[in-house]
Write a protein that binds this ligand. Structure first.
Ligand code: SME
Length: 169
């Protein structure tokens, strides 16, 4: 495995262009770090670690896996996450049910939001789908800042999941 020091954390106030440039750095790092790795848990854990530490506004970062129609927690960083989430509950459930990205600026306005942490203000959940279009799980990022995530975060993370699809599916 390649040894790399963590990159400096990007502040919330960063523009979309700065965010995109940071994601590109991360993509290159992840390709290096994950070269030859084929284990899904090792891959998810490394992706989560890199994302969580690369942005000041990621306070909970992790994967939920679709296990027989229920979201079961996977590798994550941050405080405790809910262990299991039904598809009909919360932001993660909405992403799983509809297979669409959920970019929520204020979780308090989202019907059925599950407050695993009372400090969470905004959230980004991206479905993780295999080549056959089947839902494998979701990627979830929560922030203690309101409206922390932008479409740039959503697009860049979705693209990252595409790169990793061969291993993650
Ligand atoms: N807030 C999420 C639950 C997951 S945790 O916060 C880690 C939701 O409503 O789906």
């Amino acid at each position: 495995m390649t040894t790399l020091n963590m990159i400096p954390s990007l502040p919330l106030e960063s523009t979309d262009a700065e965010r995109m440039a940071h994601y590109e750095k991360l993509r290159v790092r992840l390709l290096l770090l994950l070269k030859g790795e084929y284990d899904p848990i090792a891959t998810m854990a490394t992706v989560v670690c890199e994302l969580h530490h690369a942005f000041d506004y990621f306070h909970w970062t992790g994967f939920y896996r679709n296990i027989s129609g229920e979201l079961v927690i996977g590798p994550y960083q941050g405080s405790h996450g809910c262990l299991r989430i039904a598809f009909n509950r919360g932001v993660c459930g909405a992403a799983a049910r509809t297979k669409t990205t959920q970019l929520v600026n204020d979780v308090h306005t989202f019907p059925g939001h599950i407050a695993c942490s009372s400090s969470t203000q905004s959230e980004l959940v991206i479905p993780w789908v295999n080549e056959a279009g089947e839902l494998m799980g979701v990627f979830d990022a929560d922030s203690d800042f309101p409206a922390a995530f932008t479409q740039a975060d959503a697009d860049a993370i979705a693209e990252l999941l595409q790169y990793l699809r061969a291993v993650l599916s």
